[in-house]
Design a protein around this ligand. Structure first.
Ligand code: SF4
Length: 324
């Protein structure tokens, strides 16, 4: 459904160029959930925004690569065509913070109806679009959807606001749904409800889900495959069980070793050092200043990406000299 090949999105700042997404490749099938995990600044959100053709303006630009959605090339597509035919209709996003996704001066019903009026053929009449918006609010289990559609965002709790954002995202039955840390601003119990909801929505619609998170527990429970990002690159991509059972890239190993486990008596380990300055990435492998296995080769040459056989017809990709 979605094929991303060697995607590069750079930010052209006064102080230099940030290679926010630096040669990312993955695919996503209908009904599949691919997790994008990594520390803040690793390029997860920028990858999601690039799929929507929305790298931050004026500094951000897709400089190379390909994004094919059902055979349609999106890189190089004009802004008007993206807005009319792709964004919101074929690819939609549930963002981190519902308060910045919702306009405080419009009712939630009119906001859910907006993409329907823009993209759904028989939804362009205001009344029809509002009826459809109420159905979407009901689908995401907003109680008394018909009455609540007339309320404003400030009259909703954080969890309910995130449901409204989900209703907006699925209103046009997109083929690809991007969920960018959708639970990070919510209480744990509300997080579970929202995760269940997202899973159910995906089951109903058959959409491919790109799930961006730094919560490894949530990723393990929701995703079929996981892509681990570091400094704008995918350093490991594997089936979820294989990755959690046997992470091969030292960064993946460090991330998983830092997750607390019930009953664990050992001291938790952490990855030494800090994520690199994006304006001056280390030479060679960007992870080398923090890697316990770094060699001179790692310091001088970027590792190639290799495909490893995980058995049972599964494979994984790793970018590390230890596996090359
Ligand atoms: Fe560590 Fe070298 Fe592998 Fe990079 S390439 S993760 S520095 S061993």
């Amino acid at each position: 459904m979605l094929e991303v090949q060697d995607l590069k999105t750079h930010l052209f700042l006064k102080r230099g160029v940030v290679r926010a997404v630096d040669g990312v490749s993955f695919d996503l099938a209908g009904g599949e959930t691919l997790g994008l995990i990594g520390e803040s600044g690793s390029g997860k959100t920028m990858t999601g925004l690039s799929l929507l053709g929305l790298p931050p303006k004026p500094a951000g630009r897709i400089v190379a690569g390909s994004i094919r959605l059902g055979g349609t090339e999106l890189v190089g597509m004009g802004e008007e065509e993206l807005a009319a035919d792709v964004r919101g209709s074929r690819i939609a996003m549930i963002s981190q913070d519902p308060m910045t996704s919702l306009n405080p001066v419009f009712t939630v019903g009119s906001q859910v109806a907006a993409p329907i009026r823009a993209h759904v053929a028989d939804g362009n009449a205001r009344g029809a679009a509002l009826d459809m918006a109420v159905r979407e609010l009901d689908r995401v289990r907003v109680p008394s959807a018909s009455a609540r559609a007339r309320d404003y965002p400030h009259q909703f709790s954080g969890g309910m606001r995130q449901r409204v954002v989900a209703a907006m995202a699925i209103a046009c039955q997109p083929e690809v749904l991007i969920a960018d840390e959708p639970t990070s601003a919510l209480d744990v119990t509300i997080q579970v409800q929202l995760m269940d909801l997202i899973e159910r929505i995906q089951g109903d619609t058959g959409a491919g889900l790109l799930f961006i998170t730094h919560d490894l527990g949530v990723a393990a429970s929701l995703c079929h495959r996981i892509a681990v990002m570091y400094a704008g690159r995918i350093v490991e991509l594997a089936e979820v069980e294989a990755l959690y059972r046997d992470p091969r890239h030292p960064y993946s190993q460090g991330l998983l070793a830092s997750v607390p486990r019930l009953g664990q008596r050992k001291r938790l380990t952490s990855i030494p050092g800090n994520p690199p300055n994006p304006l001056s990435l280390p030479t060679g492998c960007a992870f080398h200043p923090r890697c316990p296995h770094a060699t001179d080769q790692c310091r001088n040459e970027a590792p190639p990406e290799v495909t490893l056989n995980d058995g049972d017809g599964q494979s994984r990709r790793v970018a590390c000299w230890l596996e090359a």
